[in-house]
Design a protein around this ligand. Sequence first.
Ligand SMILES: Cc1cc2nc3c(=O)[nH]c(=O)nc-3n(C[C@H](O)[C@H](O)[C@H](O)COP(=O)(O)OP(=O)(O)OC[C@H]3O[C@@H](n4cnc5c(N)ncnc54)[C@H](O)[C@@H]3O)c2cc1C
Length: 402
Amino acid sequence: MDFDLPETTQHLSRRLVEFMNEEVYPNEALYAEQVRQGPSPWVVPQVMETLKARARAAGLWNLFLPNKEWGSGLSNLEYAPLCEIMGQSPIAPEVFNCSAPDTGNMEILARYGSKDQQQQWLVPLLAGQIRSCFSMTEPDVASSDATNIRTSIRRLDGGDGYEVNGRKWWSSGAGDPRCQIAIVMGKTNPEAPIHDQQSMVLVPLDTPGVHIERMVSVFGYDAAPHGHGEIHYDHVRVPAENLLWAEGKGFAIAQGRLGPGRIHHCMRLIGVAERALEMMMERASSRVTFGKPLVQQGVIRNWIAQSRIEINQARLLTLQAADMMDKLGNKAARKEIAMIKVVAPSMALRVLDRAIQVFGAKGVSHDTVLAQFWAHTRALRLADGPDEVHLEAIAKLELRRK
Ligand SMILES: Cc1cc2nc3c(=O)[nH]c(=O)nc-3n(C[C@H](O)[C@H](O)[C@H](O)COP(=O)(O)OP(=O)(O)OC[C@H]3O[C@@H](n4cnc5c(N)ncnc54)[C@H](O)[C@@H]3O)c2cc1C
């Protein structure tokens, strides 16, 4: 693996850091204030649209998509350091149109969408005009095993459409007023072999029968203005053209989507950990207890060193997974992706926990970004597959080598 980043990435990286320093960090507090002051939590703060326009004008837009026709064409390895920089602020991924779940959904549309589907949904998503959600998880079944999904997608008599019936939750982004489209996973043929039963359809959220019933919170954070929606799809009818790829391909599409989505989370988490370490060092240098700055206490120095080691370890594993995805494809890199999906959230949680401790009571308040980062990072030990499912996948692949 070549550790030298190409000139294009170095150049983009310098410009991203500049943009973060000049535009993103100084506006984090204003963004939070506008969310708080809005007429409802589900109103997009004006400052976000302003920042998006500036990022787009600066050419720092849609960097995530390796697809040359629609995206930047950057490889996963080239994108990794850029995604890490975006991870350092909770508002940054959206500023650069690189936030979940839209990135994964755009990836699906670019790879599996028809020309019409791409025109109708991918083009406005790439322009940052609308947002999307991904409806796979269901409250009534253990959804870490996607074969359990019960929602039905029934072909209508005559074949000119589908009817969707089921209940989903954790459809992230469904609360956002700009969210117009859901990618829904369900069963088209419960009699088929287990991995051929599911399909995915595009459901515009204004279709009759789509009921967004509530937003689910993460440790009390409601992720406003995007929200994690519980949605009841009640006799929802969509035309046959809304099917993605083909009947029975839902599982294959989910696998294709989750690889890149997972590694992006990990790249951003390395950014989260870097920011936490920087904050920890700054605070420890200025805070004095028992006659000396915290930074002179052995235990704090140990935490700083330990954090640096763990961040670098996780980064190397992430880069290796990205490199394998580029060279051998997402499927061949599935063990490496699973490995980093286990390593990165736990690593970032440890670093955040140390930073919170150094900040004292302020660390658990809303006065720094640490508490919000912690809640989000903890949820990532579940979202896109719980640790245990990834560990099982790694064990299976390891044992197969015997
Ligand atoms: C913040 C957040 C955002 C999310 N966004 C989305 C989204 O946009 N769209 C979407 O569809 N879903 C989303 N999810 C849902 C997420 O993908 C699921 O929660 C996850 O797949 C686990 O499913 P489950 O909650 O049904 O847990 P279950 O399947 O009930 O599993 C419960 C626990 O069982 C254990 N377990 C499972 N399998 C094994 C095993 N083989 N061996 C040992 N232990 C095991 C694990 O500890 C697991 O946590 C989101 C979740 C969160 C927290």
